[in-house]
Design a protein around this ligand. Sequence first.
Ligand SMILES: Nc1ncnc2c1ncn2[C@@H]1O[C@H](COP(=O)(O)OP(=O)(O)OP(=O)(O)O)[C@@H](O)[C@H]1O
Length: 303
Amino acid sequence: MITVENLTKRYGEYVAVNDVSFACKPGRVTGFLGPNGAGKSTTMRIIAGLTPPTSGSATIAGVPYRDIPNPATQVGVLLDASAQHAGRTGMEILRLSAMTMGLDMKRVDEVLEWVSLTPEEAGRRVRNYSLGMRQRLGIANALLANPKILMLDEPANGLDPAGIHWMRTLLREYADRGGTVLLSSHLLHEIEIIADDLVVIGRGEIVAQGTKDELLAGTGAHVKAADDEALGQALVNAGFAAYPAQGGGINVEADPAQVGRVALDSAIPLIELRVGANTGLEAMFLQLTEQTQREQPATQGAL
Ligand SMILES: Nc1ncnc2c1ncn2[C@@H]1O[C@H](COP(=O)(O)OP(=O)(O)OP(=O)(O)O)[C@@H](O)[C@H]1O
């Protein structure tokens, strides 16, 4: 549905996006991952027809965004929640969008309810919105015409934990109904929960892509048990390399199913078991992040 082919964007001598190719499929959430400044927003702006590429192409169902008639009815886009007109109320912004798209005004009330903005909040000027409220309004705007494709840049920014959970559920249901979702984040764990496919970008270049299961396979397991020491010993006895993890628990070079089997056989209750220790994709991602951090040592990794 979204196809990016050999996309390159230069700003003068600087190459922000270098020969990037990937595709996002219907029914799947594609997570677009990369540290700050990796080129995610630039790529998404090119897909949305806001920035011209230096070379290569980005198309939606084979058509460049700018050539789609009434594009917002086909592709819901949220690129910068703070870019909304600060002097207008949330309600005015949505009504104007609905009018531009030729939609029934009833739809505005529906999406407001969907994103949990109350009528009172919708009547406030956007300059008085919190970041989370702006994100909700931006998501409402993207969903307004019930498009088949959603493209969201860092949609979890500013959302509280309940908001992040709500957004995950919304995107999952959206994809399960056949929608195509592309969402970016610089937080691996955030994306890991929701995405089916991953595209990882670093310094403008794709460094990994594939299904989440493929990319996370072989990244080991992280486990916390009622008795970590006993489980660590049982895992080593079963032939697996196991190391104490930073912040508690154990990182194991084994599948979670294998770890669960050892714990069951040893009658050791588990507190937490998940795929991925500090190996594979996460290690690669952290390495990329670290290299970016040297130039931008501020908030990397913070939620
Ligand atoms: N208009 C521009 N002129 C010059 N350089 C730009 C411009 N827009 C983006 N860049 C540079 O391109 C690189 C990629 O930026 P981009 O915003 O795409 O990164 P990102 O992956 O979205 O990062 P973040 O996670 O911080 O949002 C950065 O080094 C940025 O400074």
